[in-house]
Design a protein around this ligand. Sequence first.
Ligand code: GLU
Length: 482
Amino acid sequence: MAAENVRVRFAPSPTGYIHIGNARTALFNYLHARGTRGAFILRIEDTDRERSRKKYEETLIEDLTWLGLDWDEGPYIGGAFGPYRQSERIEIYREYLEELLCEDKAYRCYCTPDELEARRKEALAAGASAAYDGRCAKLSAAQRARFEAEGRPFTYRYRLPHEKVVIDDVVRGRVVFDTSLDGDVIIWKSDGLPTFHFAVTVDDALMEISLVLRGEGHLPNAPIQVLLARDLGFLAPGFAHMSQTLAPGGGKISKRRGGMSLREFRESGCLPEALANYIALLGWSPRRSDEVFTIEEAVSLFDVTQLTKASASFDPGKFSFVCRRHMQAADPARLADLAGPFLEKSELEAPDASYLRRVLAIARHRAEKCADFPDLLRPYLAEPVLGEEAMEILREQGALEVLEVFAERLQAAADTGEEALKAAFEETRERTGRKGRGLYMPVRVALTGTVTGAEIVEIVPVLGVERVTARLRAAIEAVAAG
Ligand code: GLU
């Protein structure tokens, strides 16, 4: 396959929010297209009238864009092979249906869903095949006329050839299917719309898709689509069925069940480049030791033939690691925009933009996502609240003395540099006899109200001598009062 001929597509059905499994399909198609100077196409598969929603189409476009993907052809932007929404291509599919009907490769099936279900159960109970028995495949003219006169709704079925279908799958290797026990396939529903198999086969051919890179769940569909393509006079595309993405612990990720949706990651303030990086590692590992990379780097590293056959489950620990690495590298000015809504929700406000950038430059080293910022920034933006845990520490024998001596030393030195802080602690240690936790903890809780989070050496220079000593004195008063 010449590199310039690569055309791949992401073909979501807009029936829910996209989850990381869907996003991975989109991302791998994107990486393959960009890395080969091919075309990446977004196609909306909205022929399921009951379940498709415009809202989901809109949000999936927003979510993919947020993740950092763009595409060369698709709804809204158009392209030479449009339209890119299946609901706008019905006339095209109808032409191909007519073709199959003319060649007697498809027929009307009058069996109702209830009849089909009853027969299926019967067959299963008798230990027989549950495949469609083909009873409408050979109706006489009289039988057909009777059904028509009854006004029975009908579907169209494709006469599935019975043969061995060989698929040389880029991920799974050679897979051979035998269709000899399979029933004829519905390609057109009684609601006047094509089924998934038909629309996908026609679209992949007309849109000149070179490689169908999709989830493993679609592998059993491939032989039907290959045969259908052949009977429509098309060349079948190549296939790459990638392994499943599993939820943490191994369960299935489902967009209808909720959870793991791009929306949720986005709303938690996860950085999109971190999520894209982590998703890329699900079932693929770049040939280099550092697994933290930008999407641009992933483009140059990606090789579709390196996808693993084994399924990959979401690993929260690794995800957190990747997120932290990206957070550390994020520009504080950008973080200020992203953290804004989270701070607002917690009623925290920075005195000015440059102060906010300064504290974010520090706090980003402890954050995984923007939702972490309110807690991390609180010591810089609000006076500490001394809760029970803090008060207990401050009431310890000698704790107040530590605060007094430390405040005095700091004020005398009028310096918040690391050396000055060290010297102030050293002197406090000598004069109070307290050391280690007994020395640092009273100062930390007096400054922040908490036992975790930012370090004293990070906070003090930002707050400055005045605010630090004021907090130390307020803590002394609080203990004295209570
Ligand atoms: N619309 C299908 C889905 O959302 C994808 C079809 C395909 O990739 O061939 O699962």
